[in-house]
Write a protein that binds this ligand. Sequence first.
Ligand code: CAA
Length: 349
Amino acid sequence: MLDLCLVVEELSKACGGVGVLFAVNALGSFPILLSGSDEQKQTYLPPIARGEKLIAFGLSERPAGSDASGLTTTARDDGDHWVLNGSKKWTTNGGAADIYSVFAVTDPTSKSRRISAIIVEKGDPGFEIGRAEDKMGIRCVPVVELHFDECRVPKNRLLGGRPGLGFKHAMMTLDRARPGVAAQAVGLAAGALELSTLYATQRKQFGQSISGFQMIQQMMADMASNVEAGRQLVYAAARACDAGVPELTKMAALSKLFATDMAMKVTTDAVQIFGGYGFMKDYPIEKYMRDAKITQIYEGTNQVQRLVIARNLIKEAGRLDHLAAFIPLPDHPNTLEDQARAESASAGA
Ligand code: CAA
């Protein structure tokens, strides 16, 4: 993950679209890495690693964005095959990719084992690439709809060994992929900072470079501090994923939340430093701002990240029992005063 984040950051410094195009190969591959059989790993991963094939991730649908478990695409058990019906929305790399990790309902009656992950290949009968989105940013990378109409795929394309593990594996995948989006955001912010710093040293107003003005210097200093803070948080989250520590879900969400909000602010300030020229397409700086916006939305909106962080904090509070004595509840009989009295009594005795 750390290596991946370094590469995504560097690519995104020049172009956020290329950064995500690369990062999505990890997003699509994680379901196979996490739950694929040896045979599935051998079949699908080496051509992706060699750069011969791209992979995409099919989770979101028109009715199921943040509410990922509300997806409606189905996969029917039909002897030696799964038969898929439904549509996916916002599939990055769709059309360019040869391999798709697709999430579908295999047991509509189950609450917790409803969804499974299935590999679909370009060219499978009944699988079509649909509408390509006309986007505000990341315009070089395709984002499309996927359509499945009685799409038949062999039984051995199911991931996880048995049906029903798909949602859990989708969540585990997103935990590992979110630092990649955060790295994209850091790259965009760092690239915008570089360009706006250079511009500030060259652009003259009132007879001097605008970098000589303290109000510009303050913006530059704040931008640089925030970029560095975001970068270090992304690296920490990537290391947490690499180490497989239990806090990785929270760390991934923290890095995604902080780095992408930071990138939106930093790229907006970079446009501000370019002034009127920044608002025009004369310079590439407005592209950074447009590309940054989606990082606050995809792979889980930043509202979802806050939810994930808060849920994990609450879960971790269970481990803080040893501190409970220091914060007795107001109606608790054993207050701090009671304890102090008891301690001084026992000291006296
Ligand atoms: N790891 C492992 N298991 C997890 C988990 C995690 N991080 N998070 C949840 N689960 C498990 C739970 O333990 C629970 O299991 P049981 O049923 O066995 O108890 C199950 O999953 C359901 O969990 P929740 O009740 O927490 O699920 P929820 O419906 O409340 O949803 C959510 C939680 C966090 C909002 C989730 O739906 C979510 O992350 N939504 C955002 C979806 C998203 O990020 N989409 C991005 C699409 S990809 C994309 O954008 C790509 C691109 O274009 C570049």
